[in-house]
Design a protein around this ligand. Sequence first.
Ligand SMILES: Nc1ncnc2c1ncn2[C@@H]1O[C@H](COP(=O)(O)OP(=O)(O)OP(=O)(O)O)[C@@H](O)[C@H]1O
Length: 230
Amino acid sequence: MLPVSSPDTTPATAPGDTRRVPVLEAAGIEKTYRRGIWPARHHQLVLRGVELTLYPGEVVGLVGENGSGKSTLMKILVGALAPDAGTVIHNGRLGYCPQEPVVYERLTCDEHFELFGRAYRLTPEDQARSRRELYAELGFERYAGTRADQLSGGTLAKLNLGLALLADPEVLLLDEPYAGFDWDTYLKFWQLVATRRDAGRTVLIISHFVADEERFDCLVQLRDGRAVPR
Ligand SMILES: Nc1ncnc2c1ncn2[C@@H]1O[C@H](COP(=O)(O)OP(=O)(O)OP(=O)(O)O)[C@@H](O)[C@H]1O
């Protein structure tokens, strides 16, 4: 998955204006999947008018039953999937960690960071510094020279997350990022999220763990195709 970035689309806040400016606004998002061919064509309405606004410095949990449309919504937010209706406006760079790691089997971790660093237009120095920090934060430096097809599931998940974080995006969208993490890495993950939040970054996380709920500033639930606060 190539990184998603865009120029700022929201006007800057005027000096002295203390109103919170959203970093991402989704309005009226609708999505129906269409499968099969006539006469066995099947339509599945998944999203029926989702409204979602994210502000700087908040960590938001996106929850809902299996199949409620969380991954679909996240793909639409990052521009990986086109909605049938609705708009997404974001102010700053997005980092996306998909549920299934999308990596190049024959490239090492270092080579992935170099490739993504170029796609993000980072200088080689910034890319190397950010990579070093991510190896340390997530604890996988010893796999720097290992090819992706030889990594364990958990280390692959670290690489997947690291690539989303490489350019220090204003908005980080994570689709069940810690499913394969051991306990120590799980705690490191939440430390990393806290550091980003303190720096004013926004993090949207799809989560299934009730135990995580207290870690979020707010929870948004997808129910019957709409986003409702919880
Ligand atoms: N590419 C696709 N084509 C057809 N149907 C799809 C496609 N992707 C998802 N769906 C269907 O849309 C519904 C929502 O899927 P989605 O993966 O967005 O849900 P989710 O809330 O993320 O689920 P989970 O909690 O199980 O990960 C499901 O019924 C799924 O089968």
